[in-house]
Design a protein around this ligand. Structure first.
Ligand code: CA
Length: 227
């Protein structure tokens, strides 16, 4: 859907003009900058939904602009590159660009890239992490943190954590945990002991928050959300 705001960063006036004309015709709002410093100022002020970023700019290069944008947030960036060496650098550096297009390009091709990147990046964001004390778990992004520290959980450990968290404080038997982890088709060779082992490994990784995984005697486990 058009209506999004694009920031074009390009020092070739003629190209800038063509881009602006065509993007506006498609219904996008357009802001422009013709050097790196102006680009950063405009990004701050205009809060664009996407940045089209020329690599060779007077002053700060497109690479430096991209790095600075990345420090500020997650605005998608499409690089406009003129030469093979620039393209090599775009691909070689971990700049976090969302796409690139090499000059000369057709307007139609550019519009297609813009549309695709906007579609991809405007997908609903993750609901965000669930927080329990110093523990923050983002089940959609597979990201778990203790305080600021990222901790590595295996898929099984993360799934176990999700099963217990989703039970909303209720205790689950080992069997119920197994079924939720592996489905009704689960192999019965995996016995209750493997749940215990998984819980033990997860507790070890949760450090100071390990006590949230409560053993319920003769039943199984539950997750304690409150402190
Ligand atoms: Ca240029």
């Amino acid at each position: 859907m058009a209506g999004e705001k694009l920031l074009i960063v390009e020092d070739e006036r003629a190209l800038l003009k063509i881009l602006r004309y065509n993007l506006e015709r498609e219904g996008y709002k357009v802001a422009e900058a013709s050097d790196g410093a102006a680009a950063l100022a405009a990004a701050k002020k205009e809060k664009p939904d996407l940045v089209l970023l020329d690599v060779m700019l007077p002053g700060l290069s497109g690479f430096e602009v991209c790095k600075a944008l990345r420090r500020e947030g997650e605005v998608p960036v499409i690089f406009l590159t003129a030469r093979k060496e620039e393209l090599d650098r775009v691909l070689g550096l971990e700049l976090g660009a969302d796409d690139y297009i090499t000059k000369p390009f057709s307007v139609r091709e550019l519009l297609a890239r813009v549309k695709a990147v906007l579609k991809r990046t405007s997908a609903p964001k993750s609901a965000g992490p669930r927080r329990f004390g110093t523990l923050a778990v983002d089940f959609e992004r597979y990201e778990t943190r203790l305080g600021a520290k990222l901790i590595e959980l295996t898929p099984a450990e993360l799934k176990l954590l999700k099963v217990l968290v989703d039970a909303d404080g209720k205790a689950l038997s080992r069997d119920a945990v197994m079924e939720r982890l592996y489905g009704p088709e689960r192999s019965y060779e995996l016995d209750a002991r493997s749940v215990d082992q998984l819980v033990a490994r997860l507790r070890e990784k949760l450090g100071g928050e390990a006590a949230r995984l409560v053993t319920v005697k003769n039943v199984g486990y539950r997750f304690r959300a409150d402190p």
